[in-house]
Design a protein around this ligand. Structure first.
Ligand SMILES: [Zn+2]
Length: 242
């Protein structure tokens, strides 16, 4: 259910694994993604189960319509009946409002400045990382009074740089924007390390308190991996303030 949970000065970070939900194969068990072909009733039940295990009201969890872009938006309330915006980062200064990001290999990025009372959740895949979704999220936070030097950053389970094989031209293209993402697979072919790229960006932005999950989704049977399974579920990362 909850693979990892941490609290820092009233800011809470959590990442799910794939177990403890009600979805049938190939989404078993805790698929939290609503756009992957799973039964909507199962997804709703899973979101309720995950929220309950975190002590959250499922109606106070804000999701995104993620599109691998670089847009961040500030949110004060759940979307309600409004369309869910196509963004890859959401930011709030509203205490008790939880922000959620869905992934299956991409890097889920959770950020919090507990002093300013500002949190953000971002979805950083290869395209979003090079497009600058992480700087966009930090910018939106500073707009609400956050200070990068106080931001606590946690990134969750994602495909690692030794597994994320890409054509050489793509590696060159990514590395031209973010040299830290230049990687090679364990079998000696070109690769991209999106997590390393995200952390290099955070470091340059002045975010010092950073931790990266050691879990590689592609290698872990306890996590969903799009590159491994194609049709599969989505993990979630949650961040919120007391
Ligand atoms: Zn790996």
């Amino acid at each position: 259910m909850i693979g990892r949970r941490e609290s820092v000065s009233g800011a809470h970070f959590a990442f799910t694994d794939r177990w403890g939900g009600v979805s049938a194969a190939p989404y078993e068990e805790l698929n939290l993604g609503g756009a992957v072909g799973d039964d909507p009733g199962a997804v709703r039940a899973n979101r309720e189960l995950a929220a309950e295990s975190l002590g959250l009201d499922p109606a106070r969890v804000v999701w995104m319509n993620q599109v691998h872009g670089a847009d961040a938006v500030v949110v004060d309330e759940p979307w309600g009946g409004n369309p869910v915006p196509e963004v890859d980062a959401i930011v709030t200064a509203r205490r008790g409002l939880a922000l959620a990001v869905l992934t299956a290999d991409c890097v889920p990025v959770l950020l919090a400045d507990p002093v300013a009372g500002v949190v953000a959740a971002a979805h950083a895949g290869r395209p979003g990382m090079i497009a600058g979704i992480v700087p966009a999220a930090v910018r939106a936070m500073t707009g609400l009074g956050a200070d990068p030097a106080r931001i606590v950053a946690r990134t969750g389970p994602a495909v690692c740089g030794r597994c994320y094989e890409v054509p050489e031209a793509m590696r060159d293209e990514v590395a031209a924007v973010e040299p830290a993402a230049h990687a090679g697979t364990s079998w000696g072919t070109p690769a991209v390390d999106v997590g390393a790229g995200v952390h290099a960006q955070l470091e340059r932005l002045g975010v010092r308190d950073r931790e990266q999950s050691s879990v590689c989704t592609l290698e872990s049977a306890d996590h969903f991996s799009y590159r491994r399974d194609r049709t599969t579920g989505r993990l979630a990362g949650y961040v919120w303030l007391d």
